[in-house]
Design a protein around this ligand. Structure first.
Ligand SMILES: O=C(O)CCC(=O)C(=O)O
Ligand SMILES: [Fe+2]
Length: 228
């Protein structure tokens, strides 16, 4: 009998790595997107989640709607920082206050400022952190992030919870695309050639993380909005 059979009840418990990943992976680049697998370790993910829970008490998740059609997004959102991204019948824009409470967005916690400093390669601080909540089944269609005035600054993304199938293409909507998974704790930067690349989330893969008790996924994107 082999002692390494995975059905063996005496086999050692699984290593504490995210499901779907055989080992902590090296950074990689896909169509200009730079991915840092496991950038946030388990403790940092929990600390970030705590900070987000506190922020959401002050700035609740809202459901953005499409300009013109008023159709609701499948993701719900909130923001941290001096500016926040919103979308409604009046269009996409950044504003200093929550669209429903009218209050300023909560401050950016040090953990997020540290991630920007470490990964952003940009001398000035971020002004907005858009928080997207993907309940199971939510997705995000292919789009460009182009409501900022300063495309020299990167977009720095952090993922928590269930893994996403993330898709990225080129500067034109019809350019060829590639996809890869973003797991809980992964960071990604869209900078340089990829800053204006079309991208989106095809789907969130249920059961790939136990960070969030009810499943689903949080994605945070740190952005510089104005020119310094
Ligand atoms: O959820 C993601 O990974 C991407 C989010 C995104 O593209 C955005 O908020 O603009
Ligand atoms: Fe985006």
């Amino acid at each position: 009998m082999s002692g390494s059979n995975s059905n063996d009840p005496d086999a050692p418990a699984a290593l504490p790595l995210p499901l779907g990943r055989a080992s902590a992976a090296e950074p990689f680049t896909c169509l200009g997107a730079r991915v840092h697998p496991g950038y946030l370790d388990a403790d940092a993910q929990l600390a970030l989640l705590d900070a987000l829970r506190e922020a959401v008490r002050d700035a609740p998740l809202f459901t953005p709607t499409m300009p013109r059609t008023g159709q609701p997004f499948s993701v719900r959102m909130t923001n941290l920082g001096p500016l926040g991204w919103v979308s409604d019948r009046d269009g996409y824009r950044y504003q200093p206050t929550h669209p429903e409470t009218g209050r300023p967005w909560p401050a950016l916690p040090p953990l997020l400022l540290d991630a920007w400093a470490a990964l952003g390669g940009y001398a000035h601080p971020p002004e907005a952190c858009l928080v997207n909540w993907y309940a199971p089944g939510a997705r995000m269609g292919l789009h460009q992030d182009r409501d900022e005035q300063d495309f020299d600054a990167p977009v720095v993304s952090l993922s928590l919870g269930d893994s996403a199938l993330f898709r990225i293409g080129g500067l034109k909507r019809n350019d060829p695309t590639r996809s890869f998974r973003l797991h809980s704790g992964d960071a990604m930067t869209l900078a340089g050639e990829a800053r204006l690349a079309f991208h989106g989330v095809d789907r969130v893969i249920a059961g790939t993380s136990d960070l969030l008790p009810q499943g689903g996924r949080l994605n945070l994107t740190l952005r510089r909005v104005t020119r310094p």
